[in-house]
Structure formats: C-alpha cells, structure tokens
Design a protein around this ligand. Structure first.
Ligand code: PLP
Length: 368
C-alpha cells in the first residue's frame, strides 16, 4: 500500500506465474515449457537477424509484423486466412490483455469456467470487467449449453482447458459460436497443437473462423514451438475483431515484437516438419506418463495438452508437490477449490518423466 498508488492499483490481485528457479539441475515440470529445442531454422533466423555486428538492431522493427503475419496466414492457408485476420502480441498473455480490453468489456458479464486459466480474473480486475464463472461438471467437462442463456455475454475459455487438459470437440465450439452471433466467443488454444482428432488432424477452431465472424482464436509459440523465452503470441479472427485489437495495441505499444522475435517466429511457423515431429514426441510421452501414473494409483484426467492433471487418493496435492521438490522435481500445485488435490505435471523428455516416476517410487506412492 502506498499513498502514491492509484485507486485501481490498490485493488489489483496480480497473477502469480509458475516458479522460474535459478538452479539448473532441477527437473522442471511446472510451467508447460517444451522439453525440445525450437526449430533449427528459427535459431538460424535469429542469429542471422543479429548478424556479426548487430547493426539491424539500431533500427525499430516492423510495427505491424507483416512477414510474420504472412507466415501465420500461410500455416493456416487451407482455410483461406489472410494476414489481415492475424494479430500479433508479446506472448499470448499480452494478446489476451488486449482482447479483454477490446472485446470482453460489454454491458453483460463475461463468462468463463470456474476452473480455468487463472489470468482471466486478473485481467478483469485490471480493466474493471464484471464476470460470472460457470462451473465445470464433476469430471471437469465443459458443457456449452451452460453458456447459452445469456445472449449478450461474451465467452472465453482455453481449449484444451487449463489446468485440466480436457478438450471440447470442435462441433461443440461451433455450436457455441453459432448460438449467439452478436457476442464474441474467444478460444484460447495455447495447447491445441498437442490434440488430434480421429483423422490425426489438429482440432483447431481456426477452421471455423470464416463462417463465424464472432469467433476469435488465440495461440502462442511458447508451447508447441518451444519459444516461451521469445514471447510471441497471436490471435486469428474476422477483420473486424482484429481491427479492435490493432486499435488497442496501437494505443499502447507500437512495437510489441522485436526484430529477433519476428525473425525467429516467422521461421518457426514455416517449419512444419520440426513442429510435427516435436509435438508428436510430446504426445507419445504424455500417453506413456499417463499410463505409468495410473499404474501407481493416480487418477489422471484425459489430456489433450502438454501436461497431465492428476491426483492420488492417498496424498494431498501440496504434500506430494513438496515431497517431489525435495527430490529436485518441480510440478505445479494450485491451492484452489475443487483442484486442490491435483498436480499439474508438464510433459518433459522421457528421461525427465522417468526421473519423476523414480522419485514417486522412492516416496512410496503406490496403488492401494
Ligand atoms: C501458457 C498459456 C498462455 C500464455 O502463453 P504466452 O504466449 O507464453 O504468454 C495463455 N493461455 C493459456 C491457457 C496458457 O496456458
């Protein structure tokens, strides 16, 4: 508290990010980073941008990120997306902040699930947005019908949801967007690249954008493209939704993405082969880890993300997180109603998953 603070600052409850420890010998499974390095082409593009003397860094970057927008539109070319339907931000957290201000502050309360990305209520506090949480069902499933009785209330949730990892099928997202075309429906697809439908396709709502001008999809290069440290996120939607975001962005910071980030992100978006290989490796490790945890008595929610959400009937979540920490393994525990018994465990490389399993065996976590 300070007499210099504005009234709004007195009332803020800031988001608490997962710990980024300074120690390097930890098995870090707490913030859903990708265990594999980014595309070698992205690394080459970034060092190329710096060059031998860094001369290009004298100059401001492209404020619009046009070449990166073209690469993102091309990645989703099968659905006819244009660069004017792409918005860029300094990580999807910044994109989300602009979305809350530009689209989610309406006369009716914003709706999101009771268990979801804990940054959403923080943005509401920052911008003074009223919201109503909608309970997930007993298995942490989201029922779109629960969002259909308020035609003017905008909606936001992650798909797959965080921190549960559960996926809502695409036809249900489409039904939700179609139910009330005059309100925005925002799908935060931070983890969608780790999901696949029965045909082996990523079930992204980007495929619905041209039919539903009220649908905005947000993605990030932090998870499936191994670039959490670069801070690049984007939103895709109709030109009218994107224009709202550009208006806010250009009233806030004209240059959210630096030259290195634009060069690296453009190359990463263009390297589909690396993207497919590494996301499939993560998905294979997720299935193996889920089965190993189940064998040790864990209840593991079905995950379509690069983490699993699991509880053990004989252990409190906080105690188990603490016991793992003493063995140099960090996972995420949320002290919150309904999910307090659970741990969110990021999918590491197989060797990291094995260290986690060995630690659990040492602690004595077994099926009853
Ligand atoms: C990780 C995450 C983000 C933020 O990602 P950045 O692009 O790194 O800011 C947004 N939404 C959800 C649900 C996430 O889990």
């Amino acid at each position: 508290m300070s007499r210099f603070w504005s009234p709004r600052v007195h009332q803020l409850t800031p988001y608490t990010p997962g710990e980024q420890p300074k120690l390097t010998d930890l098995v870090k499974l707490n913030t859903n980073e990708n265990p594999y390095p980014p595309s070698p082409r992205a690394v080459a593009a970034m060092t190329g941008e710096i060059g031998t003397d860094g001369a290009s860094l004298r100059l401001y970057p492209d404020p619009n990120g046009d070449r990166l927008k073209e690469a993102i539109a091309a990645h989703y070319g099968e659905w006819g997306l244009t660069p004017r339907q792409v918005f860029l931000g300094n990580g999807s957290d910044e994109v989300l902040a602009h979305v809350f201000m530009a689209l989610l502050q309406q006369n009716a309360p914003l709706l999101f699930p009771d268990i979801t990305y804990s940054f959403y209520p923080v943005y509401c506090g920052l911008y003074g947005i009223t919201y109503r949480t909608v309970p997930l069902d007993g298995e942490f499933g989201l029922n779109p019908r629960d969002y259909e009785d308020s035609p003017d209330s905008p909606v936001i949730f992650p798909n797959p949801n965080a921190p549960t990892g559960r996926l809502l099928p695409l036809d249900q997202i489409e039904a939700l967007a179609a139910a009330h075309p005059n309100r925005a429906v925002v799908i935060d697809e931070a983890y969608i690249d780790f999901a696949e439908d029965a045909q082996g396709r990523i079930p992204t709502a980007v495929s619905l954008i041209q039919r539903h001008p009220n649908l905005l999809v947000i993605q990030t290069l932090s998870k499936s493209r191994s670039l959490a440290g670069l801070r690049v996120g984007f939103a895709l939607g109709s030109e009218e939704l994107i224009e709202a975001l550009e208006r806010v962005k250009n009233s806030f910071n004209s240059y959210p993405l630096d030259r290195i980030a634009q060069a690296g992100a453009q190359a990463a978006m263009s390297d589909r082969e690396w993207f497919d290989r590494t996301r499939h490796q993560v998905m294979a490790s997720r299935e193996r880890l889920s089965a190993e945890l189940a064998q040790r008595g864990f209840q593991v929610l079905p995950s379509a993300a690069n983490f699993v959400f699991a509880r053990h009937p004989a252990w409190a979540g906080a105690d188990l997180a603490q016991a793992l920490r003493q063995r140099a393994i960090i996972v995420r525990h949320f002290q919150a109603p309904r999910i307090d018994p659970f741990l969110r465990i990021s999918i590491g490389a197989d060797a990291q998953c094995d260290r986690l399993l060995a630690a659990l065996d040492q602690i004595g976590v077994t099926a009853a």
